[in-house]
Design a protein around this ligand. Structure first.
Ligand code: FES
Ligand code: FES
Length: 163
């Protein structure tokens, strides 16, 4: 039995310690925001936060998470009461198919937690590991910039692609 804390709630799961966190989130805890993309740590669709850092949950064995804090996209807001980043992604219509978006939001959340006023280059560099097959990168960029401004963490800046 493995105990892990997700979105502030303690859970006990009866799985092999080598089971990827992504499988536990989706199959044991019904937290389906994080997605299975590559399963190899190369696309970011499965990104969640562990102790404040973005990680690809498809390559994190659940047995390594005792005493650590996991946050998923479900932990940032609820249906009808979106978190700031979630609302910014909605306002910028950043999703096309949407498959990458939970991972994008979680990686962006890690950035804003660590760097409250990211530059454009900071955003681009930080988000680079996450892939979007639909090519909505500019909208995703604008959503992160919008969230940063909403939080009052950085001065309003012109959007690079215009709006
Ligand atoms: S599914 Fe985890 S990085 Fe692609
Ligand atoms: S919106 Fe489709 S993969 Fe990003």
């Amino acid at each position: 039995m493995i105990t892990l804390t997700v979105n502030g709630n303690a859970h006990q799961v009866d799985v092999d310690p080598e089971t990827p966190l992504l499988y536990v989130l989706r199959d044991e805890l019904a937290l389906n925001g994080a997605k299975f993309g590559c399963g190899l740590g190369q696309c970011g669709a499965c990104a969640v936060m562990v102790d404040g850092a973005a990680v690809n949950s498809c390559v994190v064995p659940v047995g390594t998470l005792k005493g650590r804090r996991v946050v998923t996209v479900e932990g940032l807001g609820t249906n009808g009461k979106s978190g700031v980043l979630q609302q910014a992604f909605i306002d910028e219509q950043a999703a096309q198919c949407g498959y990458c978006i939970a991972g994008m939001i979680m990686r962006a959340h890690a950035l804003l937690e660590r760097n409250p006023a990211p530059s454009d280059a900071d955003i681009r560099t930080h988000m680079e590991p996450n892939l979007c097959r639909c090519g909505t990168h500019l909208r995703i960029f604008r959503a992160i910039r919008r969230a940063s401004e909403t939080l009052g963490r950085s001065p309003a800046q012109p959007h690079p692609a215009g709006r």
